[in-house]
Write a protein that binds this ligand. Structure first.
Ligand SMILES: [Mn+2]
Length: 340
């Protein structure tokens, strides 16, 4: 990943004015990368004398709440929020982190859309960004937005400006979006960045424990139930797929908290031969779909074609307004059509 010099210089110029009102927005159902990259980027801007507000469209998982600055993040909820609307209206710059289209952040997107004065800048690694932005740092070959933020900061100010808490936030994004360094785009530059973060004082075992070993017992039982009772396998020719479905009742009976089903979709891919995994989670408004794949199986295209979604080639998401059973039947016929 090479960030063009003129973009860095444009950003430097823009940020040379101190005390600007800056709003940093992460995507809906924020994950480790959305939260980590937002807090890392905002932390640097704060250290440079900017007034920074953090907003996400809805709650983020509890195992991310230890990250320095997480207590400052505003949750926009589904309806309008006057306090945050005012902050957005008074913003000089809005940074959009880890998503590729204003439409993806629902009610919060409408608030941003009705604001006409702030510059909107995208920092993201998802495919096919929509050109809603005055400036775009869109690098789909970056394994995470947090790594992109690291690279931008290194170019702008040098990596030595990064404090240990900011380095931790970055590492959370890098670690979670690469599946603990097991997915694609694991470049030498990424490991050099991680080496630098270690130099800056991060404690990898500690971060690993906080993110991956900080679950409730109910969550671990829900995982057992999801894999033991709710996973199905299917085959189209020699193409093998698996899916998990969780109803609202399944989640309620396991005292579901936001983030509890994070990562479930990865487990079916550990079955030899399975190259597509899907998870369906029932919410009040729609069925949320998470997709993961191996190798050339392109779930970005699949999600775009059938589930109003997208993301990356091997990790994408989407939704369905049909009921849970109907969505699963639709998924099966879609797999039959797309991967035959
Ligand atoms: Mn990401």
């Amino acid at each position: 990943m090479k960030i063009e010099n003129h973009k860095i210089e444009q950003l430097r110029e823009l940020l040379s004015v101190e005390s600007q009102n800056i709003v940093i927005v992460g995507h809906a159902n924020p994950d480790g990368d959305a939260i980590g990259s937002s807090l890392a980027w905002g932390g640097i801007l704060e250290s440079k004398g900017q007034n920074v507000t953090y907003v996400v469209p809805n709650k983020f998982p509890y195992f991310l709440s230890w990250i320095s600055g997480a207590d400052k993040i505003h949750i926009y909820k589904d309806k309008k929020d006057d306090k945050i609307d005012t902050l957005i209206a008074n913003a000089d710059i809005i940074f959009c982190m880890d998503f590729n289209s204003i439409a993806r952040i629902e009610a919060l997107g409408e608030a941003i859309d009705s604001n006409t004065t702030a510059k909107r800048i995208l920092i993201d690694h998802h495919l096919n960004p929509v050109s809603d932005f005055s400036m775009m740092f869109s690098y789909p070959d970056s394994s995470s937005t947090a790594f992109l933020v690291y690279t931008i900061i290194s170019e702008l100010y040098g990596a030595d400006i990064i404090s240990t808490p900011i380095a931790e936030a970055m590492y959370v994004g890098i670690m979670t979006d690469t599946g603990n360094f097991s997915f694609s785009n694991l470049t030498p530059e990424l490991f050099k960045a991680v080496a630098k973060l270690v130099e800056l004082g991060i404690n990898i075992p500690k971060i690993n424990t906080q993110v991956y070993n900080g679950y409730s017992a109910d969550r671990v039982k829900l995982l057992g139930y999801a894999l033991g009772s709710k996973m199905e396998l299917m085959q189209v020719g020699d193409f093998e797929a698996a899916y998990i479905s969780l109803s609202e009742e399944d989640m309620r009976s396991h005292n579901f908290q936001v983030g509890d089903s994070e990562g479930f979709v990865n487990y079916p891919l550990s079955i030899k031969g399975v190259s597509l995994s899907a998870m369906f989670s029932e919410t009040r408004q729609f069925i949320r779909i998470s997709l993961r794949s191996r190798g050339d199986v392109d779930v970005n295209l699949f999600a775009k074609k059938y589930f109003e979604g997208g993301g990356h080639k091997n990790a994408a998401g989407g939704k369905s307004m049909k009921g849970l059973e109907e969505t699963i039947e639709y998924f099966k016929s879609a797999v039959n059509e797309f991967f035959k």
